[in-house]
Design a protein around this ligand. Sequence first.
Ligand code: UDP
Length: 326
Amino acid sequence: MRVLVTGGAGYIGSVAVDSLIGAGHDVCVFDNLYMGHREAVNSAAEFVEGDLADRAQINEVMSRFQAEAVMHFASYSLVGESVEEPLKYLGDNVSNAVNLIDAALNAGVQRFILSSTANLFDDPETIPISESEKIVPGSPYGESKNIIERILKWVQETKGLRYAALRYFNAAGCTPIKGEDHTPETHLIPLVLQVALGQREKIMIFGGDYDTPDGTCVRDYIHVEDLAQAHILALEALETNETLRFNLGNGNGFSVKDVIETVREVTGHPIPAEVTDRREGDPAKLVADSSKIRRELGWQPRHTDMKSIIQSAWDWHQAHPEGYGS
Ligand code: UDP
């Protein structure tokens, strides 16, 4: 298929592009390089440096490329920042998605895949969290994805655009050629690896008084390659399904302290750590029940072991200590 990928120069999007190309699809990456890296874009993909705020541009690219499907990765995605700057999320994330969906409809696109988030579930009644859990966004970021999911629901019902909402838990790990390189970096695993690389003195643990076994937040870390594979399966499944909603994780919870301990094991570095205040917008525990996508699409994560996920990230960060600029 001809797939337009927004955010295809970013951490998750660039790996999905590699998987799409590996599966024989034609890809156009549309990315403003605000967070992404030109070097991360597969050379077999067409690249357009573009901004979703520019309606004319996305309409032109969508129709010229004759897209049949869209994968929408491009988004502001930081929980903490969204609490500081809510309108960047509730405004820009939402209006950019509306521009993209509109362009998709204008070009006759049939399938749309949205990167959604576990931050929809701030107050889960049942852990692991299934798709039937009530939606209570934990932050303006989570709310922006909730709004976009709801827009897609209405557009599906009224205009027939088939869509999949993939709620990622914590994307982690690297492939041999694609890694995590954000400026500024705010994510736990790359930050802890920066300590191991000697680029940072210590890791700050955001909150040690959560209602979890060791008092630090528990997350479900899922390898980017497994996330990418879920996108390929969802793309195929939209041939016959009008709406798909899936929670995507490994189903195993790891606390911040568990992650730091695993990095110590993998790198052999002592990783000094210090507990500080909680970060606003962080739920205590997010672990996915992904049995629905396993059952319905046959998705099978390949990287289920935390040590190997961190090893894959460590390999990439050692090879690219300054990120893509190395
Ligand atoms: N975290 C932390 N110290 C850091 C960065 C993150 O303790 O320097 C915690 C954060 O509060 C959360 C977990 O690590 O509980 C994962 O955070 P990350 O930003 O990697 O992903 P998110 O859960 O926001 O998607």
